[in-house]
Design a protein around this ligand. Structure first.
Ligand code: EPZ
Length: 417
């Protein structure tokens, strides 16, 4: 079992590149199923979740090749409509293939994605919306058997919660459905905009994305295209947290500041200096950190739930008491116990975490329980006295391209053993 060994309290400094967004690359790879011929996704991150998505594409009969930072998909050989259980279990978000496979082939069989480390991950909104568009979906023996009969048709869909995955699945199913689909209370994440822009480049007619009402006018068919995946805003927040906790200064290359407009002020409240440029972010944390009043995770453009753990790690050494309220997932404080093992003073009650800053964290043996929680342990290890060993780093590899190489390149002492 691989683990990361970190020698903390090294001030990070220098330039660090933010790689392509996992949560954009995954729906974009699913969207390739809808487009005929060849598609190339550039700035596609080298992550285990991306490889899992490519395995699903290959299983469906597509040709999927990585060359450097790009992935090329050719769907001319697309024949299968089923995603086997072992592939579904590898990556919960493979549910986003449902809308694309239905849109292209008219039927789809995949196993229920089930819960994950963050708590139950229901897909009731996905299923209700696709049924509204004419799909018949049978759930039995842990499998979803879906068929569109005479074809998907546009519908007016109001989401009770701006679910990212449900919004993506509806957009994918609606792109080539008959008629117009309107999504009310749609998710507004930058990754949704990436998906809509990609599909429009393939010939789709989608408007309003990034706002709460998205309109999709179905078209006959979609062709391939070339597209550049947007930078990963959560990886950017992770690097900012590492600069903050080590009292360092970093320039994040390729970062899109507009995607993390509710995260930047938190670092400024901590006492960091942050300068924003077109495609880079500079942060300096020369002085000690101050606690921040209250952070509430909310759907975009609110503070992103995916940044909660890594920002909490930075706050463990901030003078004063910070309050973090996790409103999106029911089990997203699993990194807290591990941070406490490192000397952090954090108490949680339901969806509230109270972080009392401590002078020093001490290196310890800790375990990643989920992707962002694992990244938070790396951030804490970089700011802790002595050696920290982080186990179960397979979770971290799902969303970070060689996190040890990234931090070593700016002065961190971290290696994979
Ligand atoms: C996406 O997950 C991201 N994953 C998550 O990132 C991210 O945390 C989340 O959006 C919120 O921003 C990908 O994009 C691959 P949701 P998703 O549907 O689509 C409830 C990471 O670390 N819900 O917006 O699954 C759900 O239980 C990952 O990169 C329903 O109740 O998130 C949750 O409480 C973790 N019924 C809330 O909505 C549904 O049908 C938000 O879920 C769907 C969702």
């Amino acid at each position: 079992m691989q683990r990361l060994v970190i020698e903390g309290e090294r001030r990070l400094s220098g330039e660090i590149t933010v790689h392509g967004a996992k949560n954009s690359a995954l729906p974009l790879l699913a969207a390739c199923v809808l487009s005929r011929g060849e598609t190339s996704l550039h700035n596609c991150p080298k992550l285990s979740d991306v490889y899992a998505a490519c395995r699903i594409l290959s299983r469906l009969g597509c040709k999927c090749e990585r060359n450097g930072g790009s992935v090329t998909v050719n769907t001319d050989g697309l024949t299968h409509f089923d995603v086997p259980d072992e592939l579904m279990r590898e990556m919960r978000s493979s549910i986003v293939f449902l809308g694309a496979i239905l849109g292209r082939l008219g039927k789809c069989r995949l196993s229920f994605p089930g819960g994950c480390e963050l708590g139950p991950r229901p897909i009731d909104m996905h299923i209700a919306a696709l049924r509204q568009m004419g799909a018949s979906i049978r759930e039995e023996h842990g499998t979803l058997d879906c068929d569109v009969g005479r074809g998907l048709r546009g519908a007016k869909i109001a989401l009770s919660f701006p679910s990212v995955g449900a919004t993506e699945n509806i957009i994918l199913a609606a792109a080539t459905a008959k008629g117009q689909t309107v999504i009310h209370n749609a998710a507004r994440e930058p990754e949704i905009c990436d998906l809509a822009r990609f599909l429009n480049k393939c010939g789709a007619k989608i408007s309003g994305f990034g706002e709460t009402t998205v309109v999709i006018d179905g078209v006959e068919r979609l062709h391939g295209c070339e597209y550049e995946v947007c930078p990963d805003r959560i990886v950017a927040a992770t690097y900012l947290s590492a600069a903050a906790i080590t009292g360092g200064e970093l320039t994040l290359l390729g970062a899109r500041a507009c995607d993390i407009e509710t995260v930047i002020p938190v670092f400024e409240q901590m006492g960091c200096t942050v300068c924003l440029y077109d495609s880079k972010i500079y942060i300096s944390a020369r002085r000690g950190l101050k606690a921040v009043k209250t952070i509430r995770t909310m759907p975009y453009p609110g503070f992103p739930t995916d940044a909660q753990a890594v920002v909490m790690a930075a706050l463990t050494k901030a003078r004063g008491t910070s309050i973090i309220i996790e409103n999106i997932f029911s089990n997203r404080f699993r990194h807290v116990d591990e941070l406490v093992r490192m000397g952090a003073d954090i108490k949680t009650e339901g969806k509230v975490a109270v972080v009392d800053g401590v002078k020093r964290l001490s290196g310890a043996c800790v375990k990643a329980c989920d992707l962002r929680g694992g990244a938070a342990l790396v951030v804490a290890g970089l700011g802790a006295e002595g050696i920290t060993e982080v186990g179960d780093i397979k979770y971290i590899d799902r969303g970070y391209e060689s996190i040890e190489t990234a931090f070593s390149s700016v002065g961190g002492i971290i290696k994979r053993v």
